[in-house]
Design a protein around this ligand. Structure first.
Ligand code: NDP
Length: 285
């Protein structure tokens, strides 16, 4: 079997068109969604992510602002900016780009953002609502994974899903979202004893580890669906996922490539969360 490639670029482009149409409708009713991205310091990867987010806003008609703060910013100064943004009526989403410089407390920053503007879905209240099955902002990358599965016609109900990685922003919400779709979910992590066994039993494998090609293609069950969230840059400059793509492709029924799979979905979901927040605040749901 050779797997169907799940084309994240195409699915994300379609989603962005839908978002642009929705934004145009909202603007016609007098509400333009607004997102602020706050970046502290000069981390080059973060600069690229932020630039892409601002560009994506412009392309879909969402108002955006970038606030750049120096590496030496204090916790108080950063929290003061967040508090000011919390109070602004023209801003529906606040995103503080991580990682922050080491002297700043990321958890305190997440908790300072009002949950109504937590378009990254990182606030404990947002995660708590996800746990209890209430409507909420869902962290953008796992939200994007669910769209890829849906658009690929994968019905999770009753399926065995193996999520590898349990971070608060990626692995855990991915597992909760699959559970909400009635999958039987196994969560694996660095202390898991028999990773090949768990991966090999899964109908759907979701990898969010950050180790190049650590999930071997011959672990994958024949016909399984593979979603690879990992983005790893090798010494020779190539980007690879957490799954050994070429061999996994021979066994899976569908698989996401890296790059071009999950990556493009993340920004689309950020835009979607911002639009959802704006619709709520303007009573346009
Ligand atoms: P974290 O480092 O926060 O979490 C990694 C997880 O992998 C941890 O739960 C860790 O387990 C687990 N892990 C580490 N080693 C092993 C192992 N040998 N076997 C099994 N599990 C292991 O990473 P993130 O969740 O933030 O990101 C994961 C990957 O996804 C990264 O490559 C990142 O670049 C990518 N990513 C991609 C995005 C996109 O837009 N496509 C967005 C966000 C992330 P433990 O908890 O026990 O330490």
């Amino acid at each position: 079997m050779t797997a169907r490639i799940i084309d994240g670029k195409a699915i994300s482009a379609k989603r962005r068109e839908q978002i642009a149409a929705r934004v145009a409708e909202m603007v016609a009713k007098g509400k333009r969604p607004g997102l602020v991205v706050v970046i502290v310091g000069e981390d080059p990867a973060s600069q690229v992510y932020v630039r892409n987010k601002v560009k994506a806003c412009a392309e879909t008609g969402i108002y955006s602002e970038k606030i750049e703060m120096p590496e030496t910013t204090t916790q108080e100064e950063l929290l003061a900016v967040v508090h000011e943004l919390n109070g602004r009526d023209d801003i529906d989403g606040i995103l503080v780009q991580f990682p922050l410089p080491g002297h700043l407390d990321e958890d305190a920053v997440i908790e300072a953002i009002v949950p109504e503007k937590d378009v990254d879905g990182f606030h404990p209240e947002s995660i708590g609502r996800l746990v209890v099955g209430k409507d909420t902002f869902v962290s953008c990358t796992p939200a994007g994974v669910m769209v890829l599965l849906e658009e690929s016609g994968v019905d999770l109900s009753g399926k065995e899903v193996c999520v590898v990685g349990r971070s608060n922003n990626v692995g855990k919400p991915a597992a909760l979202l699959c559970l909400a779709q009635n999958a039987t979910v196994t969560m694996c992590h660095s202390r898991t004893r028999d990773l090949p066994g768990h991966v090999g039993a899964a109908d759907v494998v979701i990898a969010a580890v950050g180790r190049p090609e650590m999930i071997k293609g011959d672990w994958i069950k024949e016909g399984a669906v593979v979603i690879d969230i990992g983005i790893n840059r090798l010494d020779d400059g190539r980007l690879v996922g957490d799954v050994e793509f070429e061999t996994a492709k021979q066994r899976a029924s569908a698989i996401t490539p890296v790059p071009g799979g999950v990556g493009p979905m993340t920004i689309a979901m950020l835009l979607e969360n911002t639009v959802m927040s704006a619709a709520r605040s303007a009573g346009l749901e």
